[in-house]
Design a protein around this ligand. Structure first.
Ligand code: ZN
Ligand code: ZN
Length: 618
């Protein structure tokens, strides 16, 4: 997630050239918004107005405190400016001209003003010597801006102001605090409406709301602590199903499972480089005196990642080329210190259970292993009905070797080439992002879109060519020489916390049968003793096959029972009355889909077992 500070960083010319059509449109809309605000409050002082994810903002200093009640009146003025269809006219000026105009209040303004355009003066000072200085003008509004924009204000098809926040000029709290006005814009009204519909739908599907309604998890800040979710039985059922899926998939792909403790001594994290590079994201040390007269305490840390433990498992036995690739898998529990203000439901937590594995392999084995990992991602996407995804391939920046990136220039190029080749050859949808790699190797972040079109970063896949050497990991090769393996870190299902948070939204809590916390409920019509036995026997049979089934044998009317089951999002309801019993049959209802007719009991049970086993979509 980008912080406000990052967004305040000045865009380079390259960044600007990469702006998409939609970003240009949104940024142009920020100019239009500034034009409108100036018509209403001519003394407004504007700072920066970039496009952001899902829209745009413009930072403004104004004695009037803008609130959403002002939006209709600002939007009215914006409509006029769009209707006027003014061109965005570019003018390149020299620095002295720009200084003069900023001093006469003319920049980010409709006319000259008694007070200088002070933030534009600040922005001007940031433009490096030699970089062109340009204005963009629409109607009377002149702004200091490098662009790009759409051709005319009339190209802005549909827009809406959304919120107002506060932000420091250039993201620095020593600077004045400005009002940040957010809006969004689209090519046309259909797209704008679809966007707001999606936002509404996302609210309805909020994982915190559905998680509470369905009784999946709770956060108990008083006794357990903030950001430390407790999985309730129904959430626990989903956790178990995901682990089962991972275990089956990984077993078939030749992984072996390990189990390791949640903490380790300081030496572990000094070696891995977590201390000091990552320490601010770790819980503080636990101090332990092994005996009363010990001179000093031993320091232990809760692990923030599972890798170092797996590295020690690799190191635990002598390894030869015959042992590689070695794929060590574990649903590993990690602890990360997130500031309390950053915590958010299941999405930002302090305890996470990761679908982790580390694959130790030779450089020759790398492509095949990496490919197999990508195939596993695609297999999972299919199971969960994830149709839209992108892999963000983050590479290093040679200028930052030895600081942000481990200083191994050749290994960087070599591994990045290997990864790029695999991505290209396997037809995977990916984009390359420079300067965002992990410290020890290139990284792939997997972004997926939920069924309602919201984006989530779920999982990462990293290549590590540095840390195995730090831990002294070696294998004896064919030529009897000790060599350091490469390590692939991968976590296709991310963490339970984030992945289930995503799935709740994706399915709106209406999980497919294999994942549904309560898979089957048997509902009786009537209280006949033989019928009761028939129903109980059915539940027993299903539970014997590990189906999460239970009975509702209450004496109230069947409609009430069905309603209760629907409310609890029970996937399949098997309604049994005297006639069903006589025919050795069941009447089937599926949550949200109504009656599916009557079937022989054996067939119904067999179909339930098959749907679970095949992990069918519905
Ligand atoms: Zn602009
Ligand atoms: Zn790892």
């Amino acid at each position: 997630m980008q912080s406000e500070n990052n967004q305040a960083e000045r865009k380079t010319l390259d960044d600007r050239n990469r702006m998409t059509e939609l970003e240009r449109l949104r940024h142009s809309c920020a100019h239009v918004m500034a034009t409108a605000i100036l018509r209403l409050w001519p003394d407004a002082q504007f700072a920066s107005g970039p496009p952001v994810e899902n829209g745009f903002y413009y930072d403004v200093e104004l004695s009037h405190r803008i609130s959403p009640e002002d939006f209709p009146k600002i939007e009215e003025e914006m409509k006029k400016e769009i209707k006027a269809n003014h061109p965005f006219e570019k003018r390149v000026v020299d620095r002295s001209q720009a200084l003069q105009d900023a001093n006469s209040g003319r920049l980010g303004a409709l006319s000259e003003r008694p007070v200088p355009s002070r933030y534009k003066l600040g922005n001007l000072a940031d433009i490096p010597e030699g970089e062109p200085i340009s204005y963009y003008q629409n109607g009377d509004f002149i702004d200091l801006c490098a662009g790009p924009h759409v051709m005319r204000t009339g190209n802005i098809g549909a827009f809406k102001l959304t919120s107002v926040a506060s932000a420091y000029y250039k993201g620095d709290e020593k600077n004045p605090q400005l009002q940040r006005i957010y809006g969004t814009a689209f090519k046309n009204k259909t797209e704008l409406d679809a966007y707001f519909k999606m936002i509404e739908e996302a609210k309805r599907r909020d994982h915190r709301k559905i998680g509470a309604e369905m009784g999946l998890y709770v956060i108990d800040p008083e006794y357990v602590g903030p950001g430390l979710p407790l999985w309730l039985p129904k959430g626990g059922a989903i956790v178990e199903e995901l682990e089962k899926l991972a275990k089956e998939t990984e077993f078939a792909a030749g992984y072996v499972r390990v189990k390791s403790p949640h903490l380790a001594r300081e030496k572990m994290y000094l070696t891995s480089g977590h201390i000091p590079l990552y320490q601010e994201s770790m819980f503080p040390a636990l101090e332990l005196k092994e005996s009363q007269d010990a001179q000093s305490a031993e320091r232990y840390y809760l692990r923030a990642m599972n890798c170092p433990h797996h590295h020690r498992i690799f190191a635990a036995e002598p390894r030869s080329y015959r042992d590689l690739p070695l794929r060590l898998a574990e649903y590993g529990t990690c602890y990360r210190y997130e500031q309390s203000g950053e915590l958010f439901g299941l999405m930002r937590v302090r305890c996470l259970n990761m679908n982790d594995a580390h694959i130790y392999c030779t450089a020759e084995q790398f492509a095949q292993e990496f490919n197999a990992v990508n195939d596993m991602y695609l297999k999972y996407f299919k199971i969960f009905g994830i149709e839209k995804y992108v892999m963000r391939f983050s590479t290093h920046d040679p200028a930052k070797l030895g600081q942000k990136f481990v200083n191994e220039p050749e290994l960087w190029l070599k591994t990045e080439d290997m990864v790029r080749d695999v991505l290209k050859n396997s037809n995977i949808n990916y984009i390359e992002v420079p300067n965002e790699a992990a410290f020890y190797g290139p990284k792939i972040d997997v972004q997926v879109w939920s069924v309602i079109g919201r984006e989530f970063t779920l999982a990462t896949n990293q290549v590590d060519f540095a840390v195995p050497a730090k831990f002294g990991l070696v294998y004896r090769d064919r030529d009897n020489v000790e060599k350091t393996p490469l390590c692939i870190h991968r976590a296709p299902l991310g963490t339970h916390e984030r992945f289930i948070g995503f799935l709740i939204e994706h399915y709106a809590g209406n999980f497919p049968l294999w994942l549904a916390p309560e898979q089957v409920r048997v509902l009786t019509i009537g209280e006949d003793a033989a019928l009761m036995k028939y129903a109980e026997d059915l539940v027993r049979e299903l539970r014997g096959h590990m189906v999460r089934a239970q009975g509702d044998y209450d004496s109230d009317k069947i409609n009430g029972k069905v309603q209760r089951a629907e409310q609890a999002k029970v996937h399949t309801m098997l309604v049994v009355g005297p006639r069903d019993m006589q025919a050795n049959a069941v009447s089937i209802r599926v949550h949200g889909k109504g009656s599916q007719g009557t079937r022989p009991r054996d067939e119904a049970v067999a179909d339930i077992l098959a749907a679970v086993k095949e992990r069918r979509h519905s």
